[in-house]
Design a protein around this ligand. Sequence first.
Ligand code: CP
Ligand code: NVA
Length: 302
Amino acid sequence: MKHLLSIESLQRQEIYEILELADSMKGTRGHHDWLPLAGQCWGLIFSKSSTRTRVSFEVGIRELGGSVLFLSAADIQLGRGEPIEDTARVMGRLLDGAVIRTFRQSDVEVFAEYSQIPTINALTDDEHPCQILADLQTIREKLGGVEGRSVCFIGDGACNVAASWLWAAAKLDFELRIAAPAAFQPSPDLLERLGRQARVVLLEDPMEAAKGADVLYTDVWVSMGKEEETAHRLSALAPYQINETLLTQAAPKALVMHCLPAYRGKEISAETFELHADTLFDQAENRLHAQKAVLQLVAGRR
Ligand code: CP
Ligand code: NVA
């Protein structure tokens, strides 16, 4: 594995390899006897806001022995129109790896091609692979694995996090239900690309979608870059809140998950958020462990 550009581009076996290593990273945190990034300098190039992804990558790279530069896209010439191809070729001469948060998926792919250094997608409009790897680690810890389970994604089924979940369903053996209004369902093009092995069920009724589900998952209703659509989104997605009423439909002891940041009273009620805070913050912590696994795998094969 040279890059992590998407869940789409991962093989099933690579996902399991990452999850195994993520568990080991978690178990040995603070007393690693190996430093796979020793002597390396990584760059974090972010065009969008971040708390969890930025901090977990900065901490993870340091814990693996590397050093890190945070580069806000607005502060480098990229923000003034320097092409991604040129930025990538410069970074490729200077850095050992890059973690990129941006809008277009193609920008991460072009960066990887032109820089020739390990490149990790830290969220694009199309995918959020690091998030889903941490989520899978969390589900393994709490339910023994996602295999044979039903995961219900509720809300904006056309967002990046939902798309990465769809690709996870195409690689692993579980049922993914998307509960969303028709306008917020995944695109027909994406559904076709997933292939037949993906067990995906599209539903508009959240109560029906939640029936017997092992995991109820949500994300913000207004993803970064969609702010102009806020009023329409809040109104269209209002019936898709995870709350105690919806949870009555799910399996007993169903997990409630959210990639965070969370907007209480919108995609999740304040009460349900606090009742499931342990899971939600385990998910956030697991970003560190899952990403350290990815860093070791992409950095170790150069
Ligand atoms: N879940 C997630 O990626 O959070 P940040 O936007 O804070 O990085
Ligand atoms: N779908 C959200 C995820 C935030 C972590 C966004 O893109 O803003």
